[in-house]
Design a protein around this ligand. Structure first.
Ligand SMILES: N[C@@H](CCC(=O)N[C@@H](CS)C(=O)NCC(=O)O)C(=O)O
Length: 214
């Protein structure tokens, strides 16, 4: 079934391009960007009134939310996700929820809102500092696993490695100090050929994608 991805140029859109590159699936890209007004077009709003990228369209189905898209694609194609009901799948859900809530939404995105987007959300230096400290505290939970294993779940690369790498890239772009093990983990994943192909697909039409954009 034909696949279309709406959205380029951010850490969250990269997740979807990366999953598709790992799966070696052909797809079409609608190169709309964040904060350009393009998510408010009638054509895009017909797909998602959230006015947020990425969006995946496959056949007649529309799927929003980057982590849901990565996981769905993995499940459909038998790669990137552990089997349903397995202990590895249990861990996959745990990592996915942790990354989305504790790294993406509660800390990095708060930094973006009150940093780069402060003209929209208002300057809030205390919230910014607390979000940075929150990231540094929460990421400690990931350290033992990353120090002892190549990937977050089981013995192979999965969708949560995509989510984690994009959050670490985002943190590095914001100048957050990361222990060397986390940089080594990032580098290993950046060396994947699919990551490089995805970065090229995700490059914004206006400028090269910045890992810190979301
Ligand atoms: N939880 C969503 C967040 C999506 C999101 O916030 N996307 C941003 C860009 S990364 C967006 O489209 N913002 C609206 C805009 O920039 O016009 C996901 O992970 O897909």
């Amino acid at each position: 079934m034909a696949i279309t991805v709406w959205g380029v140029g951010t850490a969250r859109t990269l997740r979807v391009h990366w999953a598709l590159a790992e799966l070696e699936l052909p797809y079409r890209t609608r190169r709309i960007g964040s904060r350009t007004g393009e998510t408010q077009s009638a054509a895009f709003r017909a797909l998602s009134v959230k006015e947020k990228i990425p969006v995946l369209v496959e056949g007649g189905a529309t799927l929003t939310e980057s982590a849901a898209i990565v996981t769905w694609l993995g499940d459909c194609h038998g790669l990137l996700t552990p089997a349903a009901g397995s202990e590895e799948r249990m861990r996959y859900y745990e990592w996915m929820s942790f990354i989305l809530m504790e790294l993406d939404a509660h800390t990095l995105y708060v930094m973006r809102k009150h940093g780069d987007l402060k003209q929209l959300y208002g300057p809030a230096p205390a919230a910014l500092a607390a979000a940075k400290a929150g990231f540094e505290k929460q990421i400690r939970w990931a350290l033992p696993r990353i120090e002892s294993s190549a990937h977050l779940v089981g013995e192979s690369f999965t969708g949560v490695d995509i989510l984690m790498t994009t959050c670490l890239d985002w943190a590095a772009a914001y100048g957050i100090h990361l222990p060397s093990e986390l940089h080594a983990y990032r580098q290993r994943h950046h060396d994947r050929p699919a990551y490089r192909r995805a970065m090229a697909r995700n490059a914004s039409a206006r400028r090269r994608a910045s890992a810190g954009d979301a």
